[in-house]
Design a protein around this ligand. Structure first.
Ligand code: NAD
Length: 308
């Protein structure tokens, strides 16, 4: 196994002043990357602003002999993100890696949630991640090299009480990854998603101290470093926490085909066990694979031949 290095690579890590982002930025810098340490310096709910935390991480990287600069833009502000990417280009002439990590929480049950809190969380996680990827995209295409990671969450993948805004925004990371994976492939841009679970200020009230001790953010960073490395996979959802690494996948069952007078809600109900049969499930490569599968099923049932 060859050593993973980021020598001559330029990385942007958002929300890198604290928690997971800080750990990722330090990990990238320790292996040779020049790092833009982005952080707006807000509270857990996205309120406030300070450059202190990002500056401290830059100082830490420099003290260890690495190269870094801070940038305090709000990732949900497109102009600020463009300025950050322009500054990275001015200083170092390329952007190879974008780690979308910045995040906030505004937890409430859906019944009590204001739509302004829904929108704010979507703005930071989804629009913020899209802003960064979009500003880096033409550079990565031109370089024929790019590694992008989005940060999702088990809350988005599996659901979590009180996090309709956060869960929706985090599930959106998968949609963004799926499409950018396809569009980036020809230019050697690989796109993955990290689903971490760690003891940070975001989770401090949820974790008993003995569990928190096991869930250090630093244990997740090796997985992130693999996802942005030269030989990175693409379209992977990597769960990570407490030293565990696991892959989440989306599957579709083989399903059933109901035509003509059989195409009724009662028939769907009666055959729902077959619809759900996980023995036949498989991963589909893209959206059109589903269209093709269904049209081919119908054609087969009708004894027709399609050109596919
Ligand atoms: P954290 O609160 O310690 O760090 C988040 C950082 O993002 C903060 O430094 C904050 O100032 C910065 N930030 C927030 N809004 C920003 C904005 N608009 N622009 C720029 N920076 C901004 O949280 P963390 O636990 O390290 O979380 C990092 C990421 O991992 C988040 O996306 C979070 O949703 C995700 N995540 C964390 C966990 C966990 O268990 N900690 C679980 C699942 C997902």
């Amino acid at each position: 196994m060859s050593e993973i290095t980021f020598k001559d690579r330029v990385a942007i890590v958002t929300g890198a002043g604290t928690g997971l982002g800080r750990s990722h930025a330090l990990g990238l810098a320790a292996r040779g990357a020049k790092v833009v340490v982005n952080d707006l310096g807000v509270g857990r709910d996205g309120v406030g602003a300070s450059s202190e935390a990002a500056d401290a991480v830059v100082a830490e990287i420099k003290a260890a002999g690495g190269e870094a600069m801070s940038h305090g833009c709000d990732v949900s502000d497109e102009a600020g993100v463009k300025d950050m990417v322009a500054q990275a280009m001015d200083a170092w002439g390329r952007v190879d890696i974008a780690v979308n990590n910045a995040g906030i929480l505004r937890d409430k049950t859906f019944a009590k949630m204001e739509m302004s809190d829904f929108r704010k969380v979507v703005d930071v996680h989804l629009i913020g991640s899209a802003n960064v990827a979009h500003a880096c995209w033409p550079i990565m295409r031109e370089q024929k090299y790019g590694r992008i990671v989005f940060t999702s969450s088990a809350s988005g993948i599996y659901g979590n009480f009180g996090q309709a805004n956060y869960g929706a925004a985090k599930a959106a990371m998968l949609g963004l990854m799926n499409v950018l994976h396809i569009e980036g492939a020809r230019d050697n841009i690989r796109v993955n998603t990290l689903a971490p679970t760690a003891a940070t200020r975001m989770t401090e009230e949820l974790l008993p101290p003995e569990a928190a001790e096991l869930l250090a953010p630093e244990l997740i960073t090796p997985g992130l470093l693999y996802l942005v490395s030269e030989d990175a996979p693409s379209k992977v959802i990597l769960g990570a926490g407490a030293g565990s690494f696991a892959q989440t996948r989306v599957y579709e069952t083989e399903g059933i085909t109901l035509l003509d007078s059989d195409n009724t809600p009662e028939a769907v109900a009666a055959q729902f066990a077959d619809v759900s049969d996980n023995q036949t499930q498989e991963e589909l490569a893209d959206a059109f694979s589903q269209t093709k599968k269904y049209a081919l099923n119908a054609a087969k049932a009708r004894g027709l031949k399609l050109g596919w």
